[in-house]
Write a protein that binds this ligand. Structure first.
Ligand code: HEC
Length: 165
């Protein structure tokens, strides 16, 4: 029992770390940064690009709902909640909108994410709390790693643009 409690507190920490990273600031990508500057004055009407960004943003944020569903499932030992949340994450990662970047590393992060979400689904279906907890940590690590990559690569691109002006 205390083993479970340790795992659950680790999970809490992992989830908080993930959330903290998300909150830091929304991930800015190469094509965002210049846009914001240009459109700042005539603010009211969102441009098509801004609308698109908003839709993408909402899509990406849905990962948080699925994640808290998984954390809830782990906390109350509800395997259906866990596998349902993991399935949502897996499915999201297979749709067009997910493919924010076409570079090989981004695709690799995506396929690793698909692998660990499937592992989590399997662990939940086996009814193993310990295994599900460990797999959830793997999933959380992938959230963090991919975001770090996106920040570092796509943000560097934006800086390159800024240097031109
Ligand atoms: C394979 C890469 C990848 C993985 C894995 C990934 N994300 Fe993301 N996420 C992105 C990208 C790319 C964006 C930014 C899109 C943009 O704004 O350009 C993003 C944005 C976000 C945002 C910010 C949305 C906003 O605009 O407010 C949240 C929150 C988020 N992700 C949560 C998660 C969570 C939780 C996980 C893990 C369960 C996760 N992500 C896993 C690529 C990933």
């Amino acid at each position: 029992m205390s083993k479970h409690r340790t795992i659950l507190s680790l999970l809490g920490i992992a989830a908080l770390a993930c959330l903290a990273l998300m909150q830091q600031d929304r991930i800015v990508t190469a094509d965002d940064a210049p846009k914001v500057d240009k459109k700042a004055e005539k603010a009211d009407e969102p441009t098509p690009e801004e609308k698109e960004q908003q839709i993408l943003s909402e899509f990406m944020r849905r990962k948080l709902d699925a994640s808290s569903q998984i954390l809830e499932g782990l906390s109350v030992e509800d395997y259906e909640l866990i596998s349902d949340g993991a399935m949502k994450l897996y499915k999201m990662s297979t749709v067009e909108k997910w493919r924010r970047s076409n570079d090989p590393l981004y695709r690799q992060f995506s396929s690793e994410f698909q692998r660990v979400t499937q592992d989590l689904i399997r662990a939940a279906n086996e009814g193993s709390l310990d295994k599900s907890a460990l797999k959830w940590m793997d999933v959380t690590m992938k959230c963090i790693e991919c975001h770090r990559y996106v920040r570092e690569t796509l943000v560097t691109g934006a800086e390159g643009d800024a240097n031109k002006s």
